[in-house]
Design a protein. Structure first.
Length: 69
């Protein structure tokens, strides 16, 4: 599990979503680790206030994406 789960706004906001896409993203990045742009940012710049809508891929979540349960 990523060591930033308690301070990461993305995780705080979306980890409890129900849809497969959210769950797969959390598992891929936050559970298994590796490749998360947010994590690299935290490690390089400290716990800066990244908006929750910045995905682990570094892209901004679209409205359609955000509407998923
Ligand atoms: S989104 Fe990235 S920084 Fe945030 S908890 Fe998941 S792996 Fe860690």
């Amino acid at each position: 599990m990523c060591k930033y789960v308690n301070s990461c706004s993305f995780f705080q906001e979306f980890a409890s979503r129900e849809s497969f896409i959210w769950k797969a993203m959390i598992k891929s990045y936050c559970d298994d680790g590796g490749g998360c742009v947010r994590r690299r940012s935290y490690e390089v710049e400290g716990s800066k206030d990244l908006p929750a809508k910045v995905l682990p891929s570094g892209a901004h979540a679209s409205k359609a994406f955000l509407a998923l349960p």
